[in-house]
Design a protein around this ligand. Structure first.
Ligand code: ADP
Ligand SMILES: C[C@H](O)[C@H](O)[C@@H](O)C(=O)COP(=O)(O)O
Ligand code: MG
Length: 489
């Protein structure tokens, strides 16, 4: 009898509980609960509301129980790098600070005065993002760190609250930029640099580790099903890669959500000179793979524009309005750090265009097209760089996540990069979460076969380059980036 699985997938903009099971060789997926996620100022820091997230998970589990599911297996994946400090009493010391908080904006420069970037990259193979856990802990309140019994990454903390069992799952641990590629352990020199003791991180575990059942105390508070918790690839992007159908030859993936993560799945890390130069990362994937990828600012930009327009337009309406505008009215380095967390995104985009003496997008459609067309240009540029580093031309791009619904962006990316695009499934992260659970429970043999099931179970839209090549436009954009790239993330 096929089991019932629940994926708790919490991205930076929304969380969701997805119910799934295998039926006649197809993966069924049902959204049972969705909630908004986000951060807000607390005592001067941008903080996540972790109690809100926990409450929403229990609400989602009550919905699953009332829908008649009495027994489920559950996995949790969330965004990366952020953590919770847990005291000796087993309780949270404070709310987790968001990676978008400005406390780490100068941290790379400060930390690398006596630990070189070359050392860090050789050791970890992880891209330099100023919000990596390494820099957050470097800036952390020393008194709080001294009182900390456990440092738990966000999904590990949620699993700890649910089950009482504390672990450090490796795909997300790799995003700390403290995990050594060779030994697979936290690097002593880096731990010392940030005054963290090795034992403050619980034991490292692989995706597919059984954590056992919910702590009984939750049944006194909520009407819940019987739940067994399995660690999955708890970094949501690692789950997204597992859930990618992997269609086409020489394929790359683009996990397109709040962030755009573009890259390839490797069996060995690539942390050589070119990868270092272009700031590519070797985040750990499931089953001994490496997620060789680059962070791109992503749909965070349009998420802010939508809010600043008073949420008068849905995302699909903004995409429709964009289709009415011509692309490439202006060039924007979407990875410029000024877009990381500005007070007002529309103003920031318009100031950028003014600063670079370009046409200023004014209407919602002009703003949306400016964002989508420049993300497409940036993706195409990175696909070229990715191919140069790996030594072969990328021929296919599998786009998953909410952004796979943006037809105009899929088509522009196909036209500029000259690659075939397979768009979907949009819930690949939750699907990848489920797949690791099913493999751990013996329902599916491996990821290769799981990806075939994904391709058979969900709609994936193919889009190929049409009409004239836009390679000249890409060359123009690359010249613009060379001239105008200030400090990117
Ligand atoms: N139908 C749609 N049309 C246009 N954009 C969409 C659509 N559905 C989702 N999106 C885009 O996808 C984003 C959410 O993607 P998702 O993968 O759920 O993000 P996350 O996991 O980071 O919360 C939205 O911010 C929006 O920009
Ligand atoms: C900070 C990380 O790079 C970020 O968490 C990213 O890896 C990620 O998790 C993206 O997931 P979203 O679903 O929030 O786009
Ligand atoms: Mg996501």
């Amino acid at each position: 009898m096929a089991k019932t699985y629940v994926a708790v997938d919490i991205g930076a903009s929304s969380g969701r509980l997805m119910l799934s099971h295998l039926e006649n060789g197809k993966l069924k997926l049902e959204e049972m609960h969705r909630f908004k996620n986000g951060f807000s100022k607390k005592q001067g820091f941008d903080c996540w509301d972790i109690d809100h997230i926990l409450k929403e998970i229990f609400i989602g589990l009550e919905k699953i129980k009332s829908a008649g599911y009495d027994k489920v297996n559950l996995g949790i994946d969330t965004w990366a790098v952020d953590y919770v400090l847990v005291g000796k009493d087993g309780e949270r010391i404070k709310d987790p600070i968001s990676y978008r908080d400005e406390r780490t904006k100068d941290s790379i420069k400060k930390l690398t005065t006596d630990v070189s970037k070359e050392y860090i990259y050789q050791k970890t193979g992880i891209q330099f993002l100023d919000f990596n856990t390494l820099y957050q802990l470097f800036e952390e309140d020393e008194n709080l760190l001294a009182k900390t019994d456990m440092i738990l990454m966000i999904p590990d903390y949620i699993a700890y609250v649910l089950t009482g069992v504390a672990v450090t799952e490796v795909t997300n641990a790799s995003t700390t930029q403290m995990l050594s590629l060779r030994e697979g352990l936290f690097d002593d020199n880096l731990l010392e640099k940030i005054n963290v003791k090795r034992e403050q991180f619980p034991k490292l575990v692989d995706p597919g580790t059984d954590l056992g059942s919910l702590d009984n105390k939750w049944y006194l508070k909520y009407d819940l099903p019987e739940v067994n918790v399995t660690t999955v690839a708890t970094h949501d992007t690692a789950s997204a890669v597992v859930g990618t159908p992997g269609l086409g030859q020489r394929w790359a993936y683009l996990s397109s959500g709040t962030w755009s993560l573009i890259g390839a799945e490797l069996n060995v890390p690539e942390n050589g000179k070119l990868a270092f130069k272009y700031n590519y990362t070797n985040e750990w994937g499931a089953y001994g793979t490496y997620r060789f990828l680059k962070n791109i600012m992503g749909l965070w930009i349009i998420q802010n524009v939508k809010e600043e327009l008073g949420n008068k337009y849905s995302f699909s309406q903004l995409a429709e309005l964009a289709e009415k505008e011509s692309p490439f009215q202006q060039f924007i380095d979407v990875n410029d750090e000024r877009f990381q967390n500005p007070p007002n995104m529309i103003t920031e985009i318009q100031d950028y265009c003014r600063d670079t003496s370009q046409k200023i997008p004014e209407t919602p459609g002009e703003l949306a097209m400016a964002i989508y067309s420049n993300l497409s240009l940036y993706y195409a540029n990175e696909l070229e760089i990715l191919g140069n580093i790996l030594g072969y031309k990328i021929e296919t791009l599998n786009i998953v996540g909410g952004g796979s619904n943006v037809r105009i962006m899929n088509q522009l990316t196909a036209d500029i990069a000259g690659v075939d695009i397979y768009a979907g499934p949009s819930e690949a992260t939750a699907i990848g979460n489920i797949i690791v659970q099913m493999i751990s429970q013996g329902e599916i043999l491996n990821v290769y076969l799981a990806r075939r099931i994904v391709a058979d179970s969900f709609s994936v839209n193919k889009c190929s380059p049409q009409g004239i090549s836009l390679n000249d436009k890409l060359n123009e954009y690359q010249k613009f980036l060379k001239k105008n790239t200030m400090s990117t993330i």
